[in-house]
Design a protein around this ligand. Structure first.
Ligand SMILES: *[C@@H]1O[C@H](CO)[C@@H](O)[C@H](O)[C@H]1NC(C)=O
Ligand SMILES: *[C@@H]1O[C@H](CO)[C@@H](O)[C@H](O)[C@H]1NC(C)=O
Ligand SMILES: [Cu+2]
Length: 255
């Protein structure tokens, strides 16, 4: 396959052991098309800190895109997507995982700022004091060799081409301005087998998040950083509301 060379050289760029990570591979209903296939891969797996930067959309900038897959992967409503963040992520890096989609005229060439809606999110997975306390989506990802499982493609989407943005947020330095670390890549999909009656609220990326949103910046009510924020009730558990939007158009949620 033509894109094999680019992917092999990408693998040599990304070190095997690294504190950081990036969404590099996916499965559709359990089948993996291949590393980087259908995905725009940056040269480096470092975070984006600047929430106002256009690099928030599909990475780039300090992490230039080196492998822009020429493939748009076919999808149907109700398909289950798994995404893998590789290589590894240091255990100091903890936080939520979110997935956004945006409809575009051409998934190969467009990088839209507007029109993003969140289809999936996971924050705190469990809180078991006997087993280390609060367990975040990123802790689960780390335990699963980078895989995030079970992202269902909403059946109510309009048919057409979409960008699919997998995002991991590491909150450990979120007590500081532009401290929270965003890791994202975009996959390219052509969606069919859908009802077309969804009208989800959309946000712009960048723009959907500010460094001082409560789900991103962690400070106490006197504006002192909370270094142990992950284990504070006010910032985790069921009440943890991700940075905007907090709306997920589930498959049965025809809005
Ligand atoms: C963040 O990105 C915005 C938009 O590109 C830019 O104007 C600003 O200078 C950047 N800030 C930093 C600290 O690089
Ligand atoms: C986590 O468990 C501890 C101990 O039971 C409890 O005090 C705390 O409120 C829980 N936090 C969340 C976010 O559920
Ligand atoms: Cu880091």
């Amino acid at each position: 396959m033509k894109f094999a060379t680019a992917l092999i050289s990408l693998l040599t760029i990304l070190p095997v052991i690294d504190a950081h990570t990036i969404f590099q591979q996916l499965k559709i209903n359990g089948v993996a098309p291949g590393l980087g296939v259908g995905i725009r891969l940056p040269s480096k797996d470092g975070p984006i800190w600047n929430v106002s930067s256009p690099d928030m959309t599909c990475n780039g900038g300090r992490n230039p895109i080196v492998s822009h897959s020429p493939i748009v992967l076919p999808l149907s409503g109700g398909d289950i997507i798994d995404i893998q963040f590789k290589p590894g992520i240091d255990q100091s890096h903890r936080g939520p995982v979110s997935v956004y989609m945006a409809k575009v005229p051409n998934a190969l060439t467009e990088t839209p700022t507007e029109g993003w809606f969140k289809i999936w999110e996971k924050g705190v997975v469990k809180n078991d004091t006997a087993k280390g306390g609060v367990w975040w989506a990123v802790d689960e990802l780390r335990a699963n060799n980078g895989w995030v499982y079970g992202i269902e493609v909403p059946r109510c989407l309009e048919a057409g081409e979409y960008l699919f943005r997998g995002e991991m947020l590491a909150l450990h330095d979120g007590a500081y301005v532009e401290g929270a670390q965003f890791y994202m890549s975009c996959a390219q999909f052509r969606v069919g087998g859908v009802t077309g009656d969804a009208h989800p609220a959309t946000v712009s990326v960048p723009g959907y998040v500010k460094y001082d949103d409560p789900g991103v910046l962690h400070i106490d009510d006197k504006h002192h950083p909370l270094h142990d924020f992950e284990n504070r009730d006010s910032h985790n558990g069921k009440n943890y509301c991700h940075y905007n939007p907090c709306f997920v158009p589930h498959t049965d949620d025809h809005r």
